[in-house]
Design a protein around this ligand. Structure first.
Ligand code: CP
Length: 301
């Protein structure tokens, strides 16, 4: 799974149904799904949710995990190449999970790996399993995806979760509002497919659009992606969702965030019925368990 662009509506539905099935299983049934299989993870960038949810997902369906959570403690620090690191990991595991700072890293690694490889975030390019769990969250919490009005807020220029989500949403009949500071609009080099297939408009004004949205997907402005810190300082804190803004939302709107967050969603919002970002992280474990089961279990689930 290198790009969410390799998925269509039917493939998403296969994953969603496998997720529902796994959630419905008892623990004994679940633990048989990939018994004896090993997941190998390589994280060249920090992670909390993606790495831990893959590990928790693998354990929940009976497999084990090993890996490098911090590349500075691996032989990459001595100069070992990504290619050799991937080759070695594919000797010790049945499926690989890679997060790397370079665009194209997962495509490159998938060609080298002798085992299936899952992209857990490649540069500013894509984070396909995040998009899958995002779609699952929308489907579960709103009972549908088609017909919704979805606002995506924040760092749209560098946000790999944003690109994967937009590619994924382009399979559905949705109305997307892209809300960002002008300097953080989606990159023109990545939008051909999105422009062709997705109905979207762009604005920098969050408040004027809030009462019309079914889903408000908030993202962090990512300091680590800016080449010039002065540019970051100009846009940091551009959007802050607090109680006053929640009052302006539809009563049944949902607020999502891939996390981690800084100050773009106030902690006061966490207990509101609209806040779904922790549930979203829980669905991350469930959807990743389904993906691992579909990849590793020849007999299906
Ligand atoms: N959403 C996400 O990718 O979180 P982590 O960076 O903590 O894995």
């Amino acid at each position: 799974i290198v790009s969410v662009r390799d998925f269509d509506k039917q493939k998403f539905e296969t994953v969603f149904q496998a997720t529902d099935k796994i959630i419905g299983m008892n623990q004994n049934e679940r633990r048989e799904i990939v018994r004896g299989k090993t997941l190998g993870y390589l994280f060249f960038e920090p992670s909390t949710r993606t790495r831990l949810s893959f590990e928790a997902a693998m354990a929940s369906i009976g497999g084990t995990s090993l890996g490098i959570a911090d590349a500075s403690s691996s032989s990459a620090r001595k100069g070992e190449s990504l290619a050799d690191t991937v080759k070695i990991m594919s000797l010790y595991s049945d499926v690989l999970v890679l997060r790397h700072q370079l665009d194209g890293s997962s495509r490159f690694a998938a060609e080298i790996s002798e085992k299936p490889l899952i992209n857990a975030g490649s540069g500013t390019e894509e984070h396909p399993t995040q998009a899958i769990l995002d779609l699952y969250t929308i489907r579960k919490e709103k009972k549908k995806i088609d017909g919704l009005k979805i606002g995506i807020v924040g760092d749209l220029k560098y946000g790999r979760t944003v690109y994967s989500l937009l590619y994924a949403l382009s399979n559905y009949n949705v109305d997307v509002k892209l809300i960002s500071p002008p300097s953080l609009k989606i990159r023109s080099d990545s939008t051909y497919e999105i422009r062709k297939k997705l109905q979207y408009s762009e604005t920098s004004d969050l408040e004027e659009n809030l009462d019309d949205l079914d889903v408000i997907y908030v993202t962090r402005i990512q300091k680590e992606r800016f080449a010039d810190l002065e540019e970051y300082v100009k846009v940091k804190g551009s959007y802050k969702i607090g109680p006053e803004l929640v009052k302006k939302m539809k009563d049944d709107a949902i607020i999502m965030h891939p996390l981690p967050r800084l100050d773009e969603i106030s902690h006061e919002i966490d207990s509101t019925k609209q806040a779904k970002y922790f549930k979203q992280a829980q669905y991350g474990k469930d959807t990743r368990a389904a993906l691992l089961a579909l990849i590793l279990n020849e007999n299906g689930i």
